[in-house]
Design a protein around this ligand. Structure first.
Ligand code: NAP
Length: 305
């Protein structure tokens, strides 16, 4: 594949930016990749492992002369970073982000974007519970969706080039408006994370009663909640603070359904439970048919793993 941007600046050098660096290199999509992070420690690690071609001390230096700037910091940090880099952006450059919430990021970043710079928000729907400069890998985005959220009057060339970058990194690309994105993600990601956090919290309370049995027998289902609940606390705090309306809407519906199932259990309504679980099983089939997960038993884990 050919170079799409002569110079890419990654602001933040964690899981997502690191994976982008690996994936861009795999396909030769960037002439030079420059990166920076908040702490000297992260910058030193990035330098040591050669995560990017050049590490700079400040974000202002990183964006100097860059054709694409990627904001890959927690959602709550986007406004400050955008304000900081704004005076240093090259005219004609594209600025994008990878934040898990879109409306709040647009509110935070758009006011700082100077005329002549194209802002095209984005969100790769791929991640792991790991973070930091050593957690990234080239395959993270392969066959996963990235959603671009072009704003009204967006430059079509800038959007097309960014789409080509994500496709070059292995992703499928869709476009959506920001409010729809935030609602869809509240259902598919944000509410499930909150439920996992809650379930693990409840089990932790119970541990006093059950001692180590919660850990010992975790493969019965609980283990998958614990993986999700190990996700980065800063990132997820920011997600809930910034996608408040949509998450509360979905949690309201969740609570109603939970009460209905609770009642079915109490009244011994086996038909209702059976019908409900039959419907949910269909959803799992749809995800597998769409190639978004494996059909292998136990999520393809090695036996006992
Ligand atoms: P990460 O591994 O924790 O990395 C975050 C990076 O941002 C670090 O380099 C960190 O620098 C830097 N940073 C943190 N606070 C900052 C601040 N106040 N100012 C400047 N830099 C700051 O996080 P990540 O998982 O890559 O997430 C980055 C973005 O991607 C977030 O907006 C998140 O919502 C989004 N996202 C995450 C996932 C996922 O599953 N992880 C998936 C899709 C999208 P230091 O290391 O020096 O602190």
């Amino acid at each position: 594949m050919s170079v799409l941007y002569d110079r890419v600046a990654l602001i933040g050098l964690g899981l997502i930016a690191g994976s982008m660096a690996h994936a861009m290199r795999r396909a030769g999509l960037a002439g030079e990749i420059v990166g920076t992070a908040r702490s000297a420690e992260t910058r030193a690690i990035a330098e040591e492992i050669g995560l990017v071609d050049r590490v700079t001390e400040t974000a202002a230096e990183a964006v100097e002369g860059a054709d694409l700037i990627v904001l890959a910091v927690p959602v709550g940090a986007m406004a400050a970073v955008a304000e900081d880099i704004a005076p240093h952006l090259k005219p004609g450059a594209t600025i994008t982000d990878v934040g898990s919430v879109k409306a709040a990021v647009v509110d935070a970043v758009a006011p700082h974007v100077p005329d002549g710079v194209h802002f095209v928000p984005g969100h790769p729907l791929a991640g792991t519970e790991h973070s930091g400069p050593q957690s990234g890998f080239a395959e993270l985005f392969d066959h996963r969706w990235t959603i671009l959220v072009p704003l009204e009057g967006a430059d079509t060339d800038a959007v097309a080039r960014l789409r080509a970058l994500w496709e070059g990194m292995g992703a499928f690309v869709d476009e959506m408006d920001m409010d729809r994105h935030d609602l869809v993600l509240a259902v598919t990601s944000h509410a499930p994370h909150l439920i996992a956090y809650t379930m693990v919290g409840v089990a932790d309370d119970l541990r006093r009663v059950t001692d180590s049995e919660v850990v010992k027998y975790s493969a019965a289902g609980f283990r998958d909640f614990t993986r999700i609940a190990a996700s980065d606390p800063t990132m997820w705090r920011d997600v809930f603070l910034t996608n408040k309306e949509a998450t509360l809407e979905i949690l309201g519906r969740f609570t109603e359904e939970l009460f209905a199932l609770q009642r079915a259990i109490r009244t011994g309504d086996g038909d209702q439970l059976f019908d409900y679980f039959t419907r949910t099983r269909e959803i799992r089939r749809g995800i597998i048919e769409a190639g978004q997960d494996t059909d292998a038993p136990n999520f393809g884990r090695a036996k006992g793993g």
